[in-house]
Ligand binder design. Sequence first.
Ligand code: AP5
Ligand code: MG
Length: 222
Amino acid sequence: MALNLIMLGPPGAGKGTQAERFARSRAIPKISTGDMLREAVKAGTEIGLRAKAIMDRGELVGDDVITGIVKERLDQPDARRGFILDGFPRTVAQAMALDTLMNGRDPLIVVDIAVPEAELVRRLSSRRVCRDCGTNADAGATAAAGAGDERCGKCGGRLEQRSDDTEAVVLERLKVYRRDTQPLVDYYRPRPTFRSVNGAQSADGVAADLAAEIEAVSGAGR
Ligand code: AP5
Ligand code: MG
């Protein structure tokens, strides 16, 4: 059975951190719409150019554009063995579109990572990412000689604040989350494959809880 997983959760919940670990341990692709959009911005594609302004305001890119990107990615052969969605779906319309895309595939397992808002603000305001490869500083950066010149442990690129991690934009992202994305928890909750985990613990603790929940759910579905 393919492991078709959705990581739900507010900005800063640890979706990317956990999706990365899980994708590596299960050898299935992590499909992060935020990362894909940031790559499009960097590459200067038409979608990237339009998305940049929206992302920097903390708003959501249109459902049709995002759903199109995800459909194309899920059609790649490597996603047939399973996938981890990080940052998608984010609206009920996207969730409904995904349900259609899932026709003929194994059921979605949905895990919501719950973290109190004060902790989210703390995490996002202190996050540093690599300017060149986007890697999170906590996940592989090393401090180079000299204060203020920390470098990415993966590629040596300079670390900086993500452009949507400023205080005003974080507050907007949280507002958009409450309005547009939190309703997804109620959309998925009735499914037997929905689980919620406590994200306000160490990343190792979250990973262990996630693995246990996913094991329980996918075992039950066999
Ligand atoms: P996206 O990139 O998805 O951002 P987000 O949802 O706001 O989430 P983050 O990436 O900020 O947080 P995360 O949950 O991944 O946490 P992380 O692991 O990094 O989207 C960006 C934008 O793109 C959107 O605003 C929108 O404009 C657009 N977009 C994307 N998808 C879209 C869609 N489907 N529809 C429309 N628009 C879309 O962790 C955060 C920090 O906390 C890190 O520093 C990390 O090291 C740390 N941390 C992680 N876990 C722990 C822990 N357990 N304890 C302590 N610290 C931790
Ligand atoms: Mg992320």
